[in-house]
Design a protein around this ligand. Structure first.
Ligand code: ADP
Ligand code: MG
Length: 341
């Protein structure tokens, strides 16, 4: 007969970590989101060997008070929500309190952080979930988190990684999505010793698009700005003549979070109907802002899926906004239909 027993703490921790940290890009996403939640206006992301040997995220955010640093690495420790009610309206990118604990259980982590009232910074080290200690350090206000040797203690996970250059590309996608959704934050991305871009952080989406996606793509984009009830849609779209052969340049965000969403994509593409050649797809950076209670972002920590309470409203808002931007005011009554692909 099978013996049923409760897993030891270490094994349970590794399984939980696997939910959050799949690859270097997941670490980068969590660290960058923490920087933004901490109010940073400048963030620099550095990776080496695709993020496998080093991921470093340095910000000028609030910093972490010395007495809370080790708490921040405990699973379900967060400063962002307190009660069940708070879950109903989340205004930060993080809230689960799982990222730092997960990362620290599968890598060697160093935190150098300083808050406003403190004269010195604090340097804290934790490896494979084991605290190594804390010592004074120096840096301006903000936090630098360095993650080295990801999965050094979980060879099975390490084996699932792709080659370094592919992992570096995934990291790049993650950094780009965050840089695009936060044009008010200056994001630098340094990959294998080379500065790939630095967004100006001036709050202008077009200048962030220029830095991240290149001047050719940024040049002709049409501005989108419309709202319908509680839904507002803004961003940039390609004019029909500049459409391309793939959907690779479509970026959708809801309440500041990158999403992959069929409803938004279908609404956007339907608005171009009749203006596009077969096999051509519009590019876009579209931000939907909507009531937090009507969108469930709680589907999975590391995933980009969302669920809507009123899917048709989302469709109508995006469709109408894109139609307007294309100079063809939308009725909002277009049939909800997915395009193939
Ligand atoms: P969550 O983001 O869900 O709260 P994390 O494990 O990512 O959980 O972080 C735990 C806590 O550590 C955060 O709630 C925050 O208080 C603190 N923290 C993490 N990163 C930073 C940072 N870059 N600057 C300031 N505080 C941070
Ligand atoms: Mg977090």
């Amino acid at each position: 007969m099978a013996v049923i027993h409760i897993l030891d703490k270490h094994t349970a921790e590794l399984i939980a970590a696997g939910e959050v940290v799949e690859r270097p890009a997941s670490v980068v996403k969590e660290l960058l989101e923490n920087s933004i939640d901490a109010g940073a206006t400048k963030v620099a992301v550095t990776i080496e060997r695709g993020g496998v040997s080093l991921i470093q995220v340095a910000d000028n955010g609030s910093g972490i008070e010395a007495e809370y640093i080790s708490t921040a690495f405990i699973r379900h420790a967060t400063s962002k929500i307190q009660t069940q009610e708070d879950l109903e309206s989340i205004h930060t990118l993080g809230f689960r309190g799982e990222a730092l604990a997960s990362i620290a259980s599968v890598a060697r982590v160093e935190v150098l952080t300083r808050t406003e009232p403190d004269e010195f910074a604090c340097c804290y080290r934790i490896e494979g979930g084991e605290e190594l200690g804390m010592e004074p350090g120096a840096r301006p206000i903000g936090t630098t988190i360095s993650v080295r040797d990801l999965f050094y203690n979980t060879p099975a996970r390490m084996k699932f990684l792709k080659k370094d250059s592919s992992e570096g590309t995934f990291v790049g996608e993650t950094v780009s999505r965050i840089a695009l959704s936060h044009p008010e934050v200056s994001v630098s991305f340094i990959r294998e010793g080379k500065l790939l871009y630095k967004t100006p952080g001036d709050g202008d989406l077009r200048s962030a698009v220029y830095a991240v996606l290149g001047k050719e793509f940024a040049r002709d984009l049409l501005p989108v700005k419309s709202s319908m009830g509680n839904y507002s849609v803004s961003g940039l779209i390609t004019p029909p003549r500049a459409c391309r052969a793939s959907r690779g340049m479509q970026f959708f965000f809801i309440n500041g979070r990158f999403v992959k969403n069929r409803t938004m994509m279908a609404a956007m593409e339907n608005a171009y109907r009749g203006t596009l050649m077969q096999g051509k797809f519009p590019g876009c950076v579209l931000m939907l802002d909507m009531p937090a209670q009507l969108v469930d972002v709680n589907v999975h920590p590391a995933k980009t899926e969302v669920r809507f309470a009123r899917e048709n409203d989302v469709f109508d808002a995006v469709y109408g906004a894109v139609k307007n931007a294309l100079g063809q005011p939308g009725s909002g009554e277009q049939q909800f239909q997915f395009t193939a692909g």
